[in-house]
Write a protein that binds this ligand. Structure first.
Ligand SMILES: Cc1cc2nc3c(=O)[nH]c(=O)nc-3n(C[C@H](O)[C@H](O)[C@H](O)COP(=O)(O)OP(=O)(O)OC[C@H]3O[C@@H](n4cnc5c(N)ncnc54)[C@H](O)[C@@H]3O)c2cc1C
Length: 422
């Protein structure tokens, strides 16, 4: 299966640097991401999708380009990207390979959360000292050795939705922790070097609490770690999101990605950390639109140069797609621009609305693209049917699934914290 439609070079920036007033650093990073996406990832995307294999080659390229450390602070050898700069770069990659952008997000979270997010959090002097001592260990592995981290938190319970403590548990022992549990949908399973596991710290005489969530980097080759189950899904097939089992896995204290109790602070005071899955789908939405325009103009490489743009129905469909795309982009740009520590209620509601809009719009644009372009456009030799399948996954990603965004917006718009009806 060859995929030729997205290999042409010269795509314009997803967010025009002048119109959106991007910083020089954002232009530099997004140009790098777009160039890699166009020149390398687009041509390989069908391979990962067809065989449901992890895009190892792309990770080698991202390591060489310095993108594995994009959010690692500069003093540790990373690119020191801001939240927005990372999101913009991930969206550029999402245009060309959803699997790469999505798994890159799982990897980047480990350094985004321990980096600029953690810098904002209120920690005690002892916690800060410990964090400053431990995080360089993880950063050095990523920057120097190209180590890949992943982010397994889903367990098939209400924990990943943010409503109950994780069942995966860590018990403190001399020199480290013993981890036991099971994670489902663990993207990069069998390919990450470290699994950034969210688990509940067991405390003698205490009921498990979400405040005791602990964040540990479990080496993939540690004794007691196994990858089980198959992976043959509808979309995002190259994420290889199989099940991880942890059976009395010992990890050293240095495996801590955050000091005890700090993950809960991050989750409650930096909520935009949960919208970093959206850039991938922002990129997919743009790709569906770009494909449609190209196809209707008879310009998709590898297809007959038949123009279909003269039909009013096609023009109206493209206009509808453009309006949906512009709305999603404007909202998304605002939300990633204002992401911060302790955002206002308005900013949080907008973040939920953004996540919902981007995930649903990406799939809607892919649906409209296939309907408008027609039967030949959905053949597997072209990228549109993959975009369509990949786009379907966005709304399912916890903790901010499309349903849960609706749920949160409705409740939090109508009730102040702690407010009841009686
Ligand atoms: C391609 C792909 C890659 C993924 N990669 C990762 C990964 O790397 N790491 C990871 O941790 N997870 C990952 N996930 C898992 C994802 O985040 C979700 O956990 C998973 O899709 C949930 O599936 P489920 O069937 O268990 O959903 P369920 O928990 O059964 O939920 C089904 C739906 O019900 C709703 N719902 C769930 N809980 C509640 C509630 N308490 N109240 C109201 N409504 C609720 C939600 O809308 C949800 O979509 C991935 C998923 C996909 C599709």
């Amino acid at each position: 299966m060859s995929e030729t439609a997205t290999t042409s070079t010269g795509d314009a920036a997803l967010f025009d640097p002048t119109a959106f007033r991007l910083t020089d650093h954002e232009v530099e990073l997004t140009t790098l991401a777009r160039t890699l996406g166009q020149e390398k990832f687009a041509g390989r995307a069908s391979k990962w999708d067809r065989d449901a294999v992890f895009p190892t080659e792309n990770y080698d390229d991202m390591h060489a380009a310095g993108l594995l450390g994009i959010t690692i602070p500069k003093q540790y050898g990373g690119a020191g990207a801001s939240f927005r700069a990372y999101c913009l770069s991930a969206a550029e990659i999402g245009r060309y390979c959803g699997t790469t952008a999505l798994t890159w997000n799982m990897h980047v979270c480990s350094s985004l959360w321990t980096g600029l997010l953690a810098d904002d959090l209120e920690m005690s002097d002892a916690q800060r000292e410990q964090h400053e001592r431990r995080r360089p260990i993880h950063y050095e592995r990523i920057v120097k050795e190209g180590a890949i981290y992943s982010q397994p938190f889903s367990e098939g319970s209400a924990a990943a939705a943010g409503f109950q403590p994780f069942s995966t548990q860590a018990r403190k022992v001399d020199g480290g922790y013993v981890v036991n549990g099971r994670k489902i949908f663990a993207s990069l399973a069998g390919h990450a070097d470290y699994y950034g596991v969210l688990c509940t710290l067991q405390r003698e005489g205490h009921e498990p609490s979400m405040r005791d969530t602990h964040y540990l980097a479990v080496p993939s080759n540690a004794k007691g770690v196994t990858v089980v189950g198959d992976w043959d899904p509808l979309g995002m097939r190259g994420t290889v999101s199989r099940t991880l089992l942890f059976d009395d896995v010992f990890v050293e204290d240095d495996a801590e990605l955050m000091p005890q109790g700090v993950y809960f602070l991050a989750a409650s005071s930096w909520p935009h950390m949960f919208m970093t899955l959206s850039p991938t789908y922002m990129g997919i939405a743009q790709a569906a639109y770009d494909f449609t325009v190209s196809y209707l103009r008879g310009e998709v490489p590898g297809t007959a140069p038949v123009k279909r743009r003269m039909y009013p129905t096609k023009q109206i469909a493209v206009a509808e797609m453009r309006i949906k795309l512009e709305m999603a982009k404007a909202l998304w740009f605002q939300a990633v621009s204002e992401a911060c520590y302790k955002p206002t209620k308005e900013q949080v509601l907008r973040a939920y609305a953004t996540n919902h809009t981007v995930m649903e719009t990406a799939n809607d644009l892919c649906r409209l693209a296939i309907r408008t372009c027609g039967g030949q456009s959905m053949l597997c030799a072209l990228p549109l049917e993959r975009l369509y399948r990949d786009s379907r996954c966005g709304a399912l990603m916890l903790p901010w699934t499309a349903e849960l965004c609706l749920d949160r917006i409705g409740r939090e718009a109508l009730y102040e914290p702690g407010e009841k009806d009686d």
